[in-house]
Write a protein that binds this ligand. Structure first.
Ligand SMILES: Cc1ncc(COP(=O)(O)O)c(C=O)c1O
Length: 404
């Protein structure tokens, strides 16, 4: 008789966004005349920029011609894309990362879920709380997290680093030393970030303690302040302790197109073992490459026209962020984030729980957000709104919230 991976049985019940969808569907069925504005899920709404669409069209045409057809992509991704990434995302920012340290993938969700595979099951992970759920769940599936306590909503073998208004959402070094540290900066869900010098302290801590940092920089394009690092490799010593994950989803609207990459520096080693070689082996065995058409689209992100168009797109969302943040402040809310990230994190009013506020907002303003507690116990009492809606919807949502 076959056996299943029991670790999957340990995962607690329904996923945050499916619970939200159920609640919204039930409300909508009972109140069909109400127009609901969704500022919950972190999906983009603006179309792919024209120069990127043009690059995709031309790649589609190449695929229809025997002379320019492309089959399987090279394991690490096409050189044209990896060189554009190295030049624009790293060398231009003073980071010594080369094209052959970049692994092109279908997005940061897969990479953030898969990267744990190259580490021993005995490693202890540390995560911020609240957190993007993939980091923890993928480690649960691997059997690295111990037992789940439904009361505290915590795993016995996970080190939690609370990020709340009390510590300004800056994770503190944990009492117990972790082996693997997940950092997502700018942060989803809190929309906050840390300064480059604070990040440098984490790099120094990891190097000193023999830990590795998995650095998720999916929201890097939204950074507006000068003292915030766009890449962890802007910090001295990061190449010996950090893996960086990037996504084209939020900077270029590729949530449905799918493209991302992971940087594993050649200097990153565990004793004599190269993590770059391990990830290359894993990538080559389990992944057959992002589509040629999509990689050409990714290349266009770095063209002059692409950069100009995407700058406008990011500005559009950040204008929404400003609208939400200022609107909420005017309405008397305590608000965080929204300056270097497209998320607004607010304190729920009058001691409401995150889910109580979710219901309140849905029923009274017909606005959908995401309860902070869905991202971890320290998210209780907070609520996330995203700037990824249309400007018109964002303005209407805030008008409704102000009237409550
Ligand atoms: C922190 C973080 N990492 C990764 C992802 C997933 O990115 P991708 O669309 O590239 O899989 C998201 C998506 O919301 C995210 O918030």
């Amino acid at each position: 008789m076959f056996k299943v991976n029991d670790n999957y049985q340990k995962l607690p019940g329904s996923y945050l966004f499916s619970t939200i969808a159920k609640k919204v569907n039930a409300y909508s069925a009972a109140n069909p005349q109400k127009s609901i504005i969704r500022l919950g899920i972190g999906d983009v709404t603006q179309p792919i920029a024209p120069s990127i669409i043009a690059a995709m069209h031309s790649a589609v045409d190449e695929m229809g011609n025997a002379a320019t057809f492309h089959g399987y992509a090279p394991d690490l991704g096409y050189e044209f894309l990896r060189s554009a990434i190295a030049k624009n995302d790293y060398v231009a920012r003073g980071c010594d990362i080369s094209a052959d340290e970049i692994f092109v993938s279908d997005g940061a969700k897969s990479d953030s879920g898969n990267i744990q595979e190259i580490f021993s099951v005995d490693n202890k992970i540390a995560v911020c709380d609240p957190v993007y759920p993939v980091y923890v769940d993928s480690n649960v599936m691997a059997g690295r997290t111990g037992t789940y306590d439904p009361k505290t909503e915590m795993w016995s073998d996970v080190i939690y680093m609370p990020c709340t208004m009390e510590n300004n959402f800056v994770p503190e070094f944990p009492k117990e030393t972790p082996d693997i540290i997940y950092l997502c900066l700018p942060n989803n869900p809190t929309g906050t970030t840390i300064t480059k010098s604070q990040l440098q302290e984490w790099v120094d801590y990891a190097n000193k303690n023999g830990a590795v940092i998995i650095y998720d920089a999916a929201y890097e394009a939204y950074i507006s302040e000068d003292d915030v690092a766009h890449s962890i490799y802007e910090c001295e010593g990061a190449k010996t302790c950090a893996i960086e994950l990037r996504s084209f989803s939020k900077n270029a609207g590729f949530t449905g197109v799918r493209l991302g990459f992971t940087v594993v520096p050649k200097e990153l080693k565990c004793g004599d073992v190269s993590l770059h070689a391990m990830w290359a082996r894993r990538h080559g065995t389990k992944f057959n490459g992002a589509p040629y058409i999509v990689q050409r689209a990714g290349e266009a992100v770095y063209s002059d026209a692409g950069k100009a168009e995407l700058k406008q797109q990011v500005a559009y969302y950040m204008n929404n962020a400003k609208t939400i943040k200022e609107g909420l402040k005017d309405a008397g809310y305590t608000v965080f984030g929204g300056v270097n990230a497209p998320y607004i994190w607010l304190k729920t009013p009058e001691q409401m729980t995150s889910w109580e506020f979710f219901d309140y907002l849905l029923e009274n303003a017909n606005v959908v957000g995401t309860p902070g507690s869905g991202f971890g116990p320290s998210g209780e009492g907070y609520f996330r709104l995203t700037a990824f809606g249309s400007y018109e919807n964002t303005v209407t949502a805030l008008e409704r919230i102000k009237k409550l």
